[in-house]
Design a protein around this ligand. Structure first.
Ligand SMILES: [Zn+2]
Length: 361
C-alpha cells in the first residue's frame, strides 16, 4: 500500500468538492445525533448497517446530501462505527465516543471503488465533473481509495491509496536512439526534427510573477498589505515551479516511451547564463535532466551525455565538415563542403545523437 498526494488545480469548479466536504460534515453530525438518540430510546448501540440504510433513505430526498457520493456516505458511517468500537473497547482507558464536528472544519470525504475515474494525464473525474491535478508522479497499481482533503488555507488535495504497485515499470524497447539540443526559444530540438516548445503557460506565469513582485515592492514595509503581497508572490512562484515540474515529468515519460537511448550535451550552466542571461534559470534544464534521469533509470532506458566541448553546432551533421566559427545569431547555415542546409538546433541534435550512439556499449 502506498499513499500518493496531489494538489488540485485551483478552479471555480472546486466549489463542488468543497460543497461535498461540507455536506459530508453535515451527514457526519447527523449520524452522531442519530446514534445518541437511538441509544436514549432503545438503550443499545445503533448498528452500522441500520445507520447506513437509514441515511441512504434520507439521502434520496436531499439534493445537498446527494453531493456526497453513496460510497463516501458509507465511509462516514464506517468511520463512526470504528470510533464507537474503539470507545467500547477502551472507554476505561479514557477513549471518548465520537462527537460532533464543526462543518467548516470538516476536512475530507473518501471514495472507494466508485464515484471517480482517472481519465489519463492529470485529469480525474469525480461525480461527473473533471478536475485537474499537479501530477508529480505516476499513479501505478490498483487504486484503493481516493480522498479529497481541504486544508485550512482552503486548498484541495487528492490523496490516493494504491495497492500492488509494480516494482518498476514494464520495460520495453523501441530500438530508437535520439539526440537533443536545449535551446532558449525551443526547449528541446530532437535529432528526428521534432521540436518541443516550452508551454505558453510559463510565459503567462512569468508575467504574473512580475506583476505580483511589483505589487509587493509598492507596499509599505512592515504593513499587513505587504505581507499579503509577499504571500501572493510566493504562491505565484510556487505555481510556476509546480506547473513546470508537472510538465517535466510528463515530457520525461513521453521521451523515455519513444526512445531507448537519449543523448544530451553536458550542461555548462554558467556559460549558458553568460550567453543567454537570467532566463536560463527560468528554463530549469538541470531540474528537467534530474527528473529524466530518474524516469529513464526506472524504465531501463539509457541517458548519454556528450562533452560540452564537442562542436555540436559547428559540425555538419551530413558530412562532418567543421566550421571555423558560427555566430550565435545564425539559425541556419549551408555547409561549404556538401552544400546541405543545416538548421542550427536540429543539426546540433543530430551530432549529439551521432556522438552518443558511438559511445553506446
Ligand atoms: Zn556538410
Amino acid at each position: 500500500m502506498k499513499t500518493l498526494k496531489f494538489k488540485l488545480y485551483s478552479h471555480k469548479r472546486n466549489r463542488y468538492l468543497k460543497r461535498s466536504i461540507n455536506a459530508a460534515g453535515v451527514i457526519y453530525n447527523h449520524c452522531i445525533a442519530l446514534h445518541r438518540r437511538y441509544y436514549k430510546m432503545w438503550g443499545k448501540h445503533l448498528s452500522c448497517t441500520k445507520l447506513q440504510s437509514h441515511i441512504a433513505k434520507l439521502r434520496k430526498h436531499n439534493p445537498f446530501w446527494q453531493s456526497v457520493g453513496s460510497q463516501a456516505v458509507q465511509d462516514i458511517c464506517q468511520r463512526i462505527e470504528k470510533a464507537y468500537q474503539l470507545f467500547f473497547k477502551y472507554n476505561k482507558k479514557g477513549v471518548r465516543p465520537p462527537g460532533f464536528k464543526k462543518v467548516k472544519k470538516y476536512k475530507s470525504f473518501t471514495l472507494k471503488q466508485a464515484g471517480y475515474k482517472f481519465l489519463g494525464g492529470n485529469r480525474v473525474r469525480i461525480k461527473n465533473r473533471v478536475y485537474q491535478f499537479w501530477k508529480s508522479r505516476e499513479i501505478e497499481g490498483i487504486v484503493k481509495t481516493l480522498t479529497i482533503k481541504r486544508t485550512p488555507l482552503g486548498e484541495l488535495f487528492m490523496v490516493v491509496v494504491v495497492d500492488n504497485c509494480p516494482e518498476s515499470e514494464a520495460q520495453f524497447t523501441t530500438g530508437r536512439i535520439a539526440g537533443f539540443d536545449f535551446g532558449l526559444k525551443t526547449f528541446l530540438t530532437c535529432s528526428n526534427g521534432s521540436l518541443i516548445e516550452s508551454p505558453q503557460l510559463f510565459k503567462q506565469s512569468l508575467n504574473a510573477i512580475k506583476k505580483a513582485s511589483k505589487q509587493h515592492s509598492k507596499k509599505l514595509k512592515g504593513s499587513f498589505n505587504r505581507e499579503r503581497a509577499r504571500k501572493n508572490l510566493v504562491r505565484k512562484y510556487e505555481d510556476i515551479s509546480n506547473a513546470r515540474r508537472d510538465w517535466f515529468w510528463k515530457l520525461a515519460h513521453d521521451l523515455t516511451n519513444s526512445f531507448d537511448v537519449l543523448c544530451f550535451e553536458t550542461l555548462n550552466l554558467k556559460a549558458m547564463q553568460r550567453l543567454w542571461g537570467r532566463k536560463i534559470s527560468d528554463l530549469a534544464f538541470g531540474e528537467f535532466l534530474q527528473i529524466l534521469e530518474w524516469v529513464a533509470k526506472k524504465k531501463g532506458k539509457q541517458l548519454i551525455f556528450v562533452s560540452q566541448w564537442y562542436p555540436s553546432s559547428k559540425t555538419c551533421s551530413n558530412c562532418g565538415h567543421v566550421l571555423e566559427k558560427l555566430d550565435l545569431s545564425i539559425r541556419e547555415w549551408r555547409c561549404p563542403s556538401c552544400q546541405s542546409v543545416n538548421g542550427r538546433d536540429e543539426n546540433a541534435a543530430k551530432n549529439i545523437c551521432t556522438v552518443g550512439a558511438s559511445t553506446v556499449g
